[in-house]
Design a protein around this ligand. Structure first.
Ligand code: KG4
Ligand code: ZN
Length: 328
């Protein structure tokens, strides 16, 4: 018995089939490369592409899983937060598929999905544990007490998300979008101790702030001048990356001290970052990191979360709406 999930909260059109015990039977991700030229996601374009791609992506997922809709338990979908027009495509598709095949529908919060990526096979982590979700839209440090969406938020970002900091830094260094992977690659050739960037010293507690760091990079680039900044791009990238990783690591370290919980998981697109993984592993040797394709946006994590939620029967879910921010 299994669940089909659809995720369209940003620019990736995703569908997946996951079994009740958390085995990923199919995980299809169609990335809309069209946004690169604009240096960021254009909401209208994202919605239009989701409309064109969702049907085919769902068909591919069912085919790869070797199943049909009639054999499924339920349809799950990301309800929010995200781009509302993009989310609506997924929600409308999920409603129609569920209604047409007599299946219940399970609305899922996108962040619950990122947390639930850690509950998938192989080697799922069992609560309680601490988790750091760092993506283009979110930076969340939480104490996960069970499999449901009721984690305790310990810290979140006051301004930019960690992935956004990577993307904005990358843009300042003349790299393409999304900037995280490109910045990591450039940083490999640089010296991370060449420049000193601020490590969120002015933020108390367990919250994060990245806007000061971005400004510091901007000023450093200006101070060096165009030629020198271009010549030392790799050093700038490495030092900037180090500041982001350090900011995240220090908050996680403090959270572990305050809660006494040692088990740690990371997730979200930024968890694909090599130096971040290394730094976190140095803190917690049994660090839990899902495979890369389950860290960045995907539908398998949405199906995983759905396993721990109550399905809505027909026709109650027909009134369901997407939400852009906050909670249901
Ligand atoms: O979770 P995700 O796929 O989408 C959101 O929900 O936002 O995260 C995308 C973010 C982008 O900001 C991207 O630059 C960042 O994750 N990212 C990385 C790396 N791979 C993706 N940041 C740093 N290093 C990476 N290797
Ligand atoms: Zn995400």
């Amino acid at each position: 018995m299994s669940i089909l999930a659809i995720e369209t909260s940003c620019d990736d059109t995703c569908a997946a089939v996951v079994s009740r015990d958390g085995e990923v039977l199919a995980n299809v991700i169609s990335s809309q490369g069209v946004h690169d030229r604009y240096g960021g996601v254009v909401p209208e374009i994202a919605s239009r592409h989701h409309l064109e791609l969702t049907g085919a992506v769902v068909d591919d997922a069912l085919q790869q899983a070797g199943t049909t809709l009639a054999q499924l338990d339920a349809v799950a979908v990301t309800q929010g937060p995200g781009l509302v027009g993009a989310l609506l495509v997924g929600v409308a598709t999920a409603k129609s598929l569920a209604a047409a095949h007599g299946l219940p529908l399970i609305p899922v919060d996108h962040l619950h999905g990122h947390v639930a990526a850690s509950f998938l096979q192989p080697g799922p982590i069992e609560p309680p544990f601490l988790i750091l979700i760092a993506s283009g839209g979110h930076t969340l440090l939480a104490h996960v007490k069970d499999h449901g969406p009721n984690w305790e938020v310990l810290g979140s970002t006051r301004d930019d998300a960690a992935g956004e900091a990577f993307d904005k830094g990358a843009r300042l260094l003349g790299l393409g979008y999304p900037g995280g992977p490109a910045l990591q690659k450039l940083a490999e050739e640089g010296d991370a101790t060449a420049f000193r960037f601020p490590v969120a010293a002015q933020v108390p507690g367990l919250d994060f702030s990245f806007s000061g760091l971005k400004t510091a990079l901007l000023y450093k680039v200006r101070e060096l001048g165009e030629e020198e900044a271009a010549r030392r791009r790799a050093d700038l990238a490495a030092s900037f990356q180090r500041a982001i990783v350090e900011t995240l690591a220090r908050r996680v370290e403090r959270a572990r001290e305050q809660t006494g919980i040692e088990r740690l998981a990371i997730g979200g697109g930024v968890a694909a970052n090599g130096p971040l993984r290394e730094r976190m592993r140095a803190l917690a040797p049994d660090l839990h990191v899902p495979p890369r394709e389950l860290c960045t946006d995907n539908a398998a994590m949405i199906a995983s979360a759905a396993r721990f939620l109550d399905p809505l029967p027909y026709p109650s879910y027909l009134r369901l709406d997407a939400y852009a921010t906050g909670e249901r």
